[in-house]
Design a protein around this ligand. Sequence first.
Ligand code: SF4
Length: 444
Amino acid sequence: MNHLKGLKAAYLTLGCKLNFAETASLRDRLEGLGIQTAEEGESADICVVNTCSVTEVADHKCRQAIHRLTRRNPSAFVVVTGCYAQLKADEIARLEGVDLVVGAEQKGRIAELLAQRLADRREESQACHEKEWGPLGEIKTFAPSCSCGERTRFFLKVQDGCDYFCSYCTIPFARGRSRNGSIASMVEQARDVAARGGREIVLTGVNTGDFGRSTGETFLELIRALDEVEGIVRYRISSIEPNLLTDEIIRFCADSRAFMPHFHVPLQSGSDEVLKLMRRRYDTALFAHKMEQIKRWMPDAFIGVDVIVGMRGETDDMFNRAFDFISGLDVSQLHVFPYSERPGTRALQIPGPVAPEAKRERGARLLELSEQKRREHYARFIGTERPVLWEHAREGQPMAGFTDNYVRVRCPEGAMPEDGSISRVRLGGFCDEGACLESFDPRQ
Ligand code: SF4
């Protein structure tokens, strides 16, 4: 591997936390082979792009990012992987400057493929323009991945793929069937995070609650085992389907040592008719029950909820009823996504596409509701004391952190807490245009 030593690689990741975790693991492996990571703005010998294909806009952003990278690094070896690469390998392979397209099953082998292709390229001194790609049925491997976010927070991939085939979604085509690593391997990775100084782990996956399908274990068993890992003081679950968020999981989180009162649950629509069109596996009554259970056992919990607007077949009337349902939920924030037509999905057969203007208007109403709910959540804790985990401050910005129940808090004036330390503070009023709460030393 001598031919790799001293080369520099630039990484670009688009999309979800899972992609970020996978890119970080790849970067670690390449660094282990002697390939340095290029600094911001520095030219690179290798460019790795990990793509997303969740919407048409995501595809467009990926193409733009690839063009930018290849223009900036005209002689670099360019590898493209991720959901877009799996779904449209030929399209990506034809883009100027792309040398290698790597599909989902081969993602865990990028380091080897790269080493081999770079050796070939050196001998032949020409570009490769190749694909290492296999069809959907071949996606079976679980590539372990863990990335560091804000130095103290790590993203641990516990599961990959999905068996649900919601009518609007291409993820099962891009990432394959549901699979996971073992509980033992997750515990080992969590211990490693603790040894590297990490304090908080976010459990990520495509369908996280489906953990255990390929190992005969369960998500509840996983979180029980992780809760025992010394040194990790906070866990958050990135997202969990409402039908998989069992009452036992909620009770366990409420009583656990380190699982935070913070949930992210995709609702997607507050209309049962639309949920049916989406082929989701629950109805609004089940969703409302889960929200009640969370609040029953963790009244201070932060709950983020995903909603898609403008799904084919969603009439004004359906949306208005969905809006009323969502307004009545005791949740803290909405993540609003406009429905995007994806080739190959069943949703394309549903009559009644929603006009872009109506989609925008529905999205804007939900975003306004989201902001109202977030501020209400924050306002409830003004004047109370909560533990905050302080995060590394970006240059020129005051230090900030999150409470256990996900309220963003600015560090007390004059205080200099260490990155990753936890202190109890008294929460004050809104600051930074409402994005944060002020905080005070409770002894003052
Ligand atoms: S649960 Fe549905 S929306 Fe989520 S990844 Fe699976 S198919 Fe896509």
